[in-house]
Design a protein around this ligand. Structure first.
Ligand SMILES: [Zn+2]
Ligand SMILES: [Zn+2]
Length: 243
C-alpha cells in the first residue's frame, strides 16, 4: 500500500530528477503549490475587492468596500453569486489558451488544482450539493477531445468534498462560439441551447456551476436560469477568469 508519506517522498525524488517546469515559460521552479514560476506569477492579476457581491465584477476604483453593482440592482442575475480567480489577461490568459486551444492537460490540471484550492480557502460552499461544469455540445467535445470545464470542476468537487454531476445539464444545440460577439448577441446566441436531462436530481439542490471564463455572464446566466427553472434552489458560479 502506498501511504501518503511515501507518495510525498516519491514525488520529491521525482522532482529532483524531473524538476517541475513552468508550463508557460519552461523555467524550472521549485514551489509546487504555485501555479507558474515567480516570473510568470508576476504577470498574474488576481481579482481583489472591492467587487460586486453578486456578479463579482471588480470596481474601477480600488478604494471603498464591496457592494452590489448597479446592473445587479436593476436586473438581478439568476445565480446567487459569481466569483473568479483572476483577470483574463497576462499569464492566466496564456495558461487558459494553452489548456483550451492547445490541449495542454498539464496546465489544465494545474489550473484545476489551483482554483480548487483557492475556492476552498476563500469561499464557503458548505451546504452545496453538486458541482456542475458548463457542458460542451457533443460535436465540440469530439473535436476538442475534452471539456475544459469538466477538468476544472472535477478538482473543485474533490477539494470541496461535493459530488460532481456531468450528466444533468447538457448542451443540446451547437451554438456558434461566443468569441467576438457583443453582450446582446451573446445572450441571443446562447438562449435555449442547454437542457436539463433530469429534474429529480437537482430538485431543491444547491449547485456550483464551473466554467473557464466569465465574459458577460450570458452562458452561466442561461445555465443558472435553466437549472433554477428545473427546481434547483440555488446556483453559484465559479470561473478561472473574468474579462
Ligand atoms: Zn514561467
Ligand atoms: Zn453585479
Amino acid at each position: 500500500m502506498i501511504t501518503c508519506k511515501s507518495k510525498k517522498i516519491a514525488s520529491s525524488v521525482a522532482d529532483l530528477v524531473f524538476p517541475p517546469v513552468c508550463p508557460l515559460c519552461g523555467n524550472v521552479y521549485h514551489n509546487e503549490s504555485s501555479l507558474f514560476c515567480s516570473d510568470c506569477m508576476a504577470h498574474f492579476s488576481f481579482i481583489s475587492s472591492p467587487f460586486c457581491h453578486i456578479c463579482g465584477r471588480p470596481f474601477m476604483s480600488t478604494e471603498g468596500t464591496s457592494h452590489i453593482c448597479s446592473s445587479c440592482i436593476l436586473s438581478p442575475p439568476p445565480y446567487s453569486h459569481a466569483r473568479a480567480l483572476g483577470h483574463y489577461d497576462g499569464a492566466l490568459l496564456d495558461a487558459i489558451h494553452f489548456f483550451k486551444y492547445r490541449g495542454d492537460m498539464r496546465t489544465g490540471e494545474k489550473l484545476g488544482a489551483y482554483i480548487a484550492a483557492w475556492a476552498y480557502d476563500t469561499q464557503d460552499y458548505t451546504g452545496y450539493d453538486y458541482v456542475i461544469p458548463v457542458p460542451l455540445h457533443r460535436k465540440r467535445l469530439r473535436e476538442r477531445g475534452f471539456n475544459q470545464s469538466v477538468i476544472l470542476a472535477k478538482q473543485v468537487a474533490k477539494k470541496l468534498s461535493l459530488q460532481l454531476d456531468i450528466g444533468t445539464l447538457v448542451k443540446k444545440i451547437d451554438s456558434r462560439p461566443q468569441v467576438g460577439l457583443g453582450r446582446k448577441h451573446r445572450k441571443r446566441n446562447i438562449k435555449g441551447v442547454f437542457a436539463v436531462v433530469s429534474d429529480k436530481k437537482i430538485d431543491g439542490k444547491r449547485l456550483l456551476l464551473v466554467d473557464d471564463v466569465f465574459t458577460t455572464g450570458s452562458t452561466v446566466g442561461e445555465c443558472s436560469r435553466l437549472l433554477i427553472r428545473h427546481g434547483a434552489e440555488e446556483v453559484a458560479v465559479l470561473t478561472l477568469a473574468r474579462t
